[in-house]
Design a protein around this ligand. Structure first.
Ligand code: CDP
Ligand code: MG
Length: 877
């Protein structure tokens, strides 16, 4: 039989006719692949093969197993040349003890779940096991997805180092960059990158193994990848190019994957990797306010062991870092004794300056918990730290009362860690601290699961996290500091002491802990999903509602996403016939439109993708690309409204802020350009920065974030490539410096922005409509009942144009619009027909169903009643 299964490790032996056959089959399968997803409530037949059957056709070299199962192939062992130190360190990792069990399971099953606490070696070791067992070859590589870019980059570097291989072989790919080559055999990437690859090649044929790492984080793309892979794995089986799927989780809560019979028909084996229990420490109780507490803890921890402090956001991290550096001065030439002396002095000076601290967190005490406390169910927050949001956690300026404690503190080597930090600064935490100092990392949630910092013995956990919350329907986001989940707290505690007993200091009582949610919700359940839905439609998954999500997103979020995509023209609108219910059902399974296909090729949110798709007109593309890049990269400008530690610093921040406001006015341009508002400021900032060569110095002087500007540059390049390949005749190239747009172009740009951000239209409440004081200077939007305002940082804050579109609404003290541009009312009917009533305004619009248009959501006529019929100024198609 020519069609025998050939071993994965011997691809060279395959005859060419077999290759061709495979290719044919692959194409066939690709055609049918997404119809499976559309139909499939149930997993398809091919998947229901009993396990024994699968064992008979091993897809990889099988190790001689403990149970002495006859292996079909001799063990293939690809040698790896590791240094003795690396080898020694590896052998200490718990996962090494499980190598054989793991490899047997992988050899014998298409899908395997591996659970092991953070630091047990999953991310760094499993790819090595596979490599050594011959899973990579010229026609297939190992892919590993990470929810965070930081992890994808640093893990690829770590594994390359451990295996003594070059970055050409162990590589990474994240949205803006990568070092993948033809030689790449192990590829770390973000989950979004793999999702894009599925769009180009549904069968992921270049991979032999796909590892979904950090599955417990339940990031939206990870969830969707698992759903897609649950279908891709059996399809690959069908075309006789088996693919192995490995799902790795830091917690044992994997039943959403394993017990979900919509996902996998055969329950995949779950392998658990556990640490040996270390000794525990007795409880200890201290009472003092937050902030001061951290000092107190640090003062009486001794030894050289590292300390990891969890705070909520970037501003808090910086603030504490500065205060710690003052309190535990570290200079290169300081001897330990000198430092201790300085600490004494500092403590004395602090004692004199006694102030009453008003901590923001309502904590009365905290408990010290031994690290290896029973509960194995660990999970993590899915949210990363968020820089510069308006919620700030005041660290207080509390005093410490620790003077009786033994003082053996060494100078601290204090390092911040958060996701917006420049990569080279992030990498510092992995290096040993200078001799005679102790490492103290002050981190946001980013250190919770993705990264393991070596040598940490003490963890200080504030118990809170700064999270972005979205309204399910309107997408309005707000930042809130909330308590973490119990799983998250345990995860944080678990970051301490893997090689010796560790301690976790929780700045909250066990009573507070008991009130925590057990787990945090998967990301897909609490954010807008329109980008995801567009990607899925581009994969021809029309009935999104039937997709095997590990946890399905809420129905209202799905409906809102479909409706937005219909309004943007990305989906083909269903005919408005039949009953309301039928219409609604039709709306939930619209196919993608040609415009939608173009939009799906751009790696940006659908609203921005629409803007790009329209911008070929009037040579607007380079500007739209820049605006979209700037809007996609969050936090272009430095945040100067952060709490300062001293008066001197307050003055400095004030000066910098004034300078930024001044220069933003210049970037906002003159005449018609000004109406483009904050988007013109973005254009001006990017142009000016590139003109100056995009140096850290220029950014520092002008209130720009250097890292953000580099990302804008990268994204501009990438979007230009995407635009060129979507519309072959554009022949666009990036001119970084870019001339300012002409007045006419600025006007077209405003229309383009209106067409893309249409549902983000707002109209100022007129004097005669003022309901009460709270509506003064307020805007009405189509999505919200409450007044919204232009953000004070906007250049249009004082001008108050009648109609504006906004990038986003954030909720702080009020609902604020950010990224605001002025639009002209006469454009609205032409560019946003789905959002207008072409008729007399209704006196009392029904709340959710409009009989005039048959549309499900009725837009408040009061917002639009002045819209008149005039000739369109730009054509949408
Ligand atoms: O994925 P998992 O959390 O199970 O563990 P890992 O990331 O593979 O880390 C295994 C070990 O490698 C940990 O003890 C880390 O401290 C160490 N490691 C390191 O020293 N430097 C890195 N850049 C990454 C990991
Ligand atoms: Mg890991």
């Amino acid at each position: 039989n020519k069609r025998r299964r050939s071993s994965e490790s011997e691809p060279e032996e395959e005859s060419s006719s077999e290759e061709e056959e495979k290719e044919e089959q692959k194409q066939e399968t690709e055609k049918s692949s997404t119809s499976d997803l559309n139909a499939a409530e149930k997993p398809e037949e091919g998947m229901k093969k009993p396990v024994a059957d699968q064992q008979a056709v091993p897809t990889a070299p099988v190790c001689q197993t403990a149970s002495n199962k006859p292996s079909c192939k001799p063990v293939i062992f690809v040698p790896v040349d590791r240094s003795p130190e690396i080898q020694e360190a590896r052998l200490k990792l718990p996962i090494l003890a499980e190598e054989q069990v793991i490899m047997e399971a992988i050899n014998e099953n298409p899908i395997v779940v591996i659970c092991g606490e953070t630091g047990s070696g999953k991310t760094t070791q499993v790819p090595q096991f596979l490599y050594e067992a011959g899973y990579t070859s010229s026609n297939g590589i190992i892919g590993i997805t990470e929810p965070r870019r930081v992890a994808a980059v640093s893990m690829s570097q770590r594994v390359a180092k451990e295996m003594n291989l070059s970055h050409r072989v162990v590589s990474y790919q994240i949205r803006y960059e990568g070092n993948v080559t033809d030689e790449t055999q192990i590829k770390f990437m973000t989950d979004g990158v793999l999702l894009k690859e599925i769009q180009k090649d549904f069968l992921l044929s270049k991979y032999k193994v796909v590892i979904i790492d950090e599955a417990h984080e339940r990031s939206m793309y990870t969830d969707i990848l698992i759903g897609l892979l649950s279908r891709i794995v059996p399809l690959r089986e069908k075309v006789r190019m088996p693919l192995k799927l490995i799902v790795m989780s830091a917690t044992l809560r994997v039943e959403d994957f394993t017990e979900n019979n919509r996902l996998f028909s055969v329950t995949p084996p779950v392998i658990q990797v556990s640490f040996l229990s270390l000794g525990s420490v007795p409880d200890d109780t201290l009472i003092c306010p937050f902030g001061a507490e951290i000092f107190q803890i640090l003062f009486f921890l001794w030894g050289l062991s590292g300390i990891l402090v969890f705070l909520t956001g970037q501003a808090e991290v910086h603030s504490l870092c500065r205060r710690l550096r003052k309190a535990f001065p570290f200079q290169k030439n300081n001897s330990a004794e000198e430092s201790v002396e300085e600490i004494r002095k500092f403590k004395k000076s602090r004692k004199r300056k006694k102030t009453t601290a008003l901590p923001q967190i309502d904590l009365d005490n905290y408990s010290v918990v031994p690290v290896d406390e029973g509960d194995e169910d660990r999970d993590a927050e899915t949210d990363d730290d968020i820089a510069g949001s308006d919620v700030d956690l005041d660290l207080g300026d509390g005093d410490s009362e620790e003077d009786e404690k033994p003082d053996s503190s060494l100078p601290l080597y204090v390092l911040p860690l958060y996701s917006l930090l420049a990569p080279e600064k992030q990498a510092k935490v992995f290096r040993p601290p200078p001799p005679g100092t102790r490492l103290c990392v002050v981190a946001t949630n980013v250190a919770e699961t993705s990264l393991t910092i070596p040598g940490i013995k003490y963890v200080v956990d504030c118990g809170k996290v700064k999270k972005r919350f979205y309204d399910k329907i309107t997408g309005v986001s707000s930042f809130r500091v909330t308590w973490i989940s119990q799983a998250s707290a345990n995860q944080r505690a678990g970051r301490a002491g893997r090689t010796e007993p560790g301690h976790c200091y929780r700045l909250y009582s066990s009573a507070v802990f008991m009130d925590f949610e057990k787990f945090s919700a998967p990301e897909i359940t609490n954010r807008p999903v329109e980008d995801l839905i567009l990607q899925m439609k581009a994969l021809n998954i029309e009935k999104v509602i039937n997709f095997p999500f590990p946890t399905p997103p809420p129905a209202e979020a799905l409906a809102a996403a479909e409706e937005l995509l219909i309004a943007l023209g990305a989906l083909k609108e269903p005919p408005l016939t039949g009953r309301l219910k039928e219409q609604q059902a039709a709306k939930l399974s619209c196919p993608i439109s040609p415009l939608g296909r173009v939009m799906a090729t751009f790696p940006v949110a659908p609203r921005y993708a629409k803007m790009l798709a329209l911008s070929k007109q009037h040579d607007c593309l380079p500007y739209t690309i820049t605006i979209v890049s700037a809007m996609t990269v969050r936090e272009l400008f430095e945040e100067f409204d952060r709490p300062a530690v001293s008066e001197e610093e307050t003055a400095k921040l004030k000066g910098k802020k004034a300078r930024l406001l001044q220069i933003q006015k210049i970037w906002a341009g003159q005449g018609a350009l000004q109406k483009l508002g904050d988007l013109m400021v973005m254009l001006g900032a990017v142009g000016a920065c590139e003109y100056a060569g995009c140096t850290p110095k220029f950014c520092e002087e002008n209130g720009l974030r250097y890292k953000a500007m580099l990302e804008v540059r990268r994204l501009r390049g990438q979007l230009t490539t995407a635009v060129n390949s979507a519309c072959a005749d554009t022949g666009l190239y990036v001119d970084p410096k870019m001339k300012p747009p002409t007045e006419a172009q600025a006007t077209y740009l405003r229309q383009i922005v209106l067409a893309g951000l249409g549902d983000h239209l707002a109209r100022r409440v007129q004097a005669e409509e003022l309901l009460d004081e709270k509506w003064k200077n307020a805007y009405k939007t189509a999505l919200l009942d409450d007044p919204v305002f232009i953000h004070p940082s906007s250049v249009l804050f004082k001008q108050l144009p009648e109609f504006v579109v906004y990038q986003e609404i954030v909720e702080t003290t009020k609902l604020y619009m950010r990224g605001v541009s002025a639009v002209e009312p006469e454009w609205i009917p032409a560019l946003l027909p789905p959002y207008c009533h072409f008729g007399k305004p209704l006196e009392n619009p029904p709340p959710s169903y409009c009989p005039e248009t048959g549309r499900i959501r009725c837009h408040r006529p009061s917002v639009f009643y002045r819209v008149s019929w005039q000739l369109p100024a730009v054509e949408v198609d």
